[in-house]
Design a binder for this molecule. Structure first.
Ligand SMILES: [Zn+2]
Length: 236
């Protein structure tokens, strides 16, 4: 089974986390798919030990794993074992789009991104749509409450589609990077209300100047490098 390892540097740390901000290269482990997730949850003690040996900073599981409520016991166990190895359990990944679940498309097309005049179900959403912000509020609250013990949520744009955003008349005034920031800020507002000690990470591919400031509970990540890790045996 393949999983992703990400090394990243942190930028613009939130004020409550100044001490940690000095350290700066993070090794983040993300299971590659459902089979890896189930395997990792079933073998949480071995996973935590393996991650410790391989010097990871955090194990990241998708929001749906927390939101479904099915894996609560395994996640609590994993969190405990990971902490004993000095590793954090975190939530999310390429998960910004899941703040506006695709099931809303049929009745709430205006919340989704526009391309050549038509609303599209794939990739992201329309960040200037009031309806999208409302959905992020509702769905974000559900997720953040379900993952109440988690301190870091990763809300990155869709992998390999980071630049595919909305071209509706209002969004057209914003770059894709600014649109990402509007979406992440909306999620950050909900998180602040539910868990003021938690933070969200996001990342930007380019170094463009951006006119949308980020909320204080958002941590920027930069310089991502990806590699695949085989967790098939968790032996090494
Ligand atoms: Zn739009």
């Amino acid at each position: 089974m393949k999983s992703f390892t990400i090394s990243a540097n942190r930028i613009n740390e939130p004020s409550h986390d100044k001490e940690k901000s000095k350290a700066n290269s993070l090794r983040l482990f993300i299971p590659a798919g459902n089979a890896d997730i189930q395997y990792a949850l079933k073998n949480c003690k071995a996973l935590a030990a393996w991650a410790g040996r391989n010097q990871y900073n955090a194990l990241i599981f998708p929001l749906t794993v927390f939101g479904s409520g099915k894996n609560k016991r395994e996640l609590n166990q994993l969190k405990q074992f990971a902490l004993e190895s000095g590793i954090a359990l975190e939530a999310g990944g390429w998960d910004l789009s899941s703040m506006v679940p695709r099931r809303y498309f049929f009745f709430h097309k205006d919340a989704f991104r526009m391309e050549e005049g038509k609303r599209k179900k794939d990739h992201h959403f329309c960040p200037t749509s009031l309806n999208a912000i409302k959905i992020i509020g509702k769905e974000g609250a559900k997720i953040f409450l379900a993952a109440a013990g988690i301190e870091v949520f990763h809300l990155w744009p869709d992998k390999e589609a980071e630049t595919i955003w909305c071209s509706c008349p209002t969004c057209r005034a914003f770059t894709f990077q600014e649109q990402i920031r509007i979406g992440v800020n909306a999620a950050a507002d909900i998180l602040t209300a539910i868990n003021p000690n938690a933070a969200i990470t996001y990342f930007e591919k380019s170094n463009e100047v951006c006119k949308i400031p980020l909320r204080k509970n958002i941590i920027g990540l930069e310089n991502f490098t990806f590699e695949s890790q085989n967790i098939g045996s968790l032996g090494t």
